[in-house]
Design a binder for this molecule. Structure first.
Ligand code: SF4
Length: 261
């Protein structure tokens, strides 16, 4: 087992190096022109199109996805191109949660695409032996938070969601978790970790151990475990964080294999 894990760590390190050398952000000019739909017909269609290779979600997830595609509960709903509901298996044992969609996610209607998403896929494969379709991936907010919604094609326009946006959107995530009934949530980065654990500490302080999800979705005695770790974008910026991420994923792997943590 140790040799297998060491091999996967090497694979991950090599991948991070290749990411730094080879994977450039696609030119912004190559992106399709953004239109803000007054009636979100395109927004409803895109996430389903992105999900075609995944297991079909149950009816209540379908209904929820439809609801999200039409949602305008907060200001993000007026600037987005696509609502980004979630992707993966509706029977996943683990759900990965980030803070919100970025530029590419908004265009594709799928969470964690682009460089961060490719790295997340690589971590799933090399460390956990899983594919994207074996887990579920979602965000706290379903629409792209932009610094300036008037310049949606601008580079570096992403920002973290505000507390008001988070509280407007958070019920959708808990509905997704109720439908999926995962054993474990992996929070990716500080924002998702603070929101889901209700703590006011940075990810480097909180990671390294597991927690019980503080919301009782299935009644007493049925806790969902939470394992916080770094956001893949942080690993791309600072490959030194890969060792800690690796340890967190080892903890997840052991939990998925033994049911103990
Ligand atoms: S971010 Fe969430 S609450 Fe706000 S409009 Fe989008 S789906 Fe609705």
């Amino acid at each position: 087992m140790k040799r297998e894990l060491a091999g996967a760590a090497r694979d991950l390190a090599a991948y991070l190096k290749a990411q730094d050398e080879n994977l450039a952000e696609p030119p912004r000019g190559a992106a399709p022109a953004r239109t803000r739909p007054p009636v979100p017909v395109a927004a409803a269609a895109a996430p389903e199109a992105a999900n075609t290779q995944m297991t079909k979600p149950p009816a209540d997830m379908d209904a929820l996805a439809q609801q999200v595609s039409k949602c305008r509960k907060c200001g993000l709903g007026h600037a987005r191109l696509n609502a980004v509901f979630g992707v993966g298996s509706p029977k996943a044992r683990v759900v990965f949660v980030g803070e919100g969609p970025g530029f590419q996610e908004d265009h594709k209607g799928e969470p964690f695409v682009g460089r961060s998403g490719q790295l997340l896929d690589k971590i799933l494969e090399t460390v956990l032996g899983l594919k994207r379709s074996d887990v579920y991936i979602a965000n706290i907010v379903k629409c792209h938070p932009m610094k300036n919604p008037e310049t949606p094609e601008a580079h570096g326009n992403d920002r973290p969601p505000t507390p008001e946006e988070i509280s407007a959107c958070r019920p959708y995530l808990d509905e997704q978790l109720r439908a999926i009934r995962p054993a474990c949530i992996v929070t990716l980065g500080s924002v998702a970790t603070k929101v889901l654990l209700g703590v006011d500490k940075g990810i480097s302080t909180v990671r390294g151990r597991s927690y019980d999800y503080p919301v009782e979705l299935f009644g007493p005695g049925h806790p969902i475990k939470v394992i916080p770790t770094y956001h893949p974008a942080a690993l791309l910026r600072n490959p030194n964080l890969k060792r800690d991420t690796w340890e967190d994923m080892k903890m997840l792997k052991s939990f998925l294999e033994t049911g103990k943590i």
